[in-house]
Design a protein around this ligand. Structure first.
Ligand code: ADP
Ligand code: MG
Length: 255
């Protein structure tokens, strides 16, 4: 099978807030690499650094240290990056609350990121309708957010995140306010979106029932990624785990 390129590679990301007595090291050397088409879950207790990591990967926050490549581009490797532009072109966000603009229709909400990157109006409209169709909300295109259900709004928010064909989508607890059925539906849509648009999608979730949809689960504890094997532990796995205990970086490189 053809190997997809890395959409994102993060090496030793460190994030420190404050200084002196208020100094907190929120991320303590995070490494991860995701390929286009992959859906990953990010799990971890409250305060462990999930949102901080997402905002760094999504180019909203600058890391204190470390290397970040998106779509092969070393973001902080050269001269000062134009983060606002890179963010508009390369990343998309889905939040717990859909955050749609109330005075724009569903269609106009999805169109907005395309307007920001100066897409041609006709091509942009066609893309928006195609996205709304693929998320099965095309018939809601002309409605305003207050006329949509929670699940529909979240679909529109996913369409908006996909609008600029980003290499990377961050979703911060997008299913937290949905019932179990709708939550699974949204996770399934994110998986389809990843596959279909060759985008890497990283989703923060606390819901173990949704993990069947994801390609990989990564866990963060106190600012560090902790190793979790993809397969459920078998006696052999446990012996391996014991043998490799203490080895830094635990998880073997993905081949
Ligand atoms: P999570 O999303 O896993 O709950 P966060 O990334 O939001 O965790 O926060 C991790 C830690 O970083 C928390 O202790 C939080 O208080 C701290 N933190 C987050 N943002 C800031 C900030 N802008 N200034 C200072 N501390 C922050
Ligand atoms: Mg958070």
């Amino acid at each position: 099978m053809e190997r997809r390129a890395y959409a994102i590679q993060a090496e030793h990301l460190v994030k420190v807030y404050g200084q002196g007595r208020t100094r907190v090291e929120v991320l303590k050397g995070v490494n991860l690499a995701m390929r286009g088409g992959e859906l990953w879950a990010l799990m971890g207790p409250s305060g462990s650094g999930k949102t901080t990591l997402l905002t760094i990967l999504g180019l909203v926050t600058e890391p204190t240290q470390g290397r970040l490549c998106i779509d092969g581009e070393d973001i902080y490797g050269g001269k000062r990056p134009d983060l606002a532009r890179l963010r508009r072109e390369k990343t998309g966000f889905v939040f717990q609350s859909p955050n749609l603009i109330p005075f724009l229709t569903a269609q106009e909400n999805v169109l907005l990121p395309l307007s920001l990157i100066g897409a041609r109006r006709q091509a942009a409209r066609a893309r928006v309708m195609q996205l709304l169709e693929s998320l099965e909300v095309a018939e809601r295109a002309d409605l305003y957010p207050n006329q949509l259900s929670g699940g529909e709004k979240q679909r529109i928010a996913i369409a908006r995140a996909l609008a600029n064909s980003p290499k990377l989508i961050m979703a911060d607890e997008p299913t937290a306010s949905l019932d179990a059925g709708r939550a699974l539906g949204v996770m399934h849509l994110l998986r389809q979106a990843a596959r279909k648009h060759d985008t890497a999608v990283l989703v923060v979730t606390h819901d173990h029932r949704l993990l069947g949809e994801v390609d990989h689960v990564t866990r963060i504890m106190d600012g560090r990624i902790v190793d979790v094997p993809d397969a459920p532990p078998t006696p052999d796995h446990r012996r391996l785990a014991t043998a490799s205990a203490g080895r830094p970086g635990g998880r073997p490189a993905r081949s």
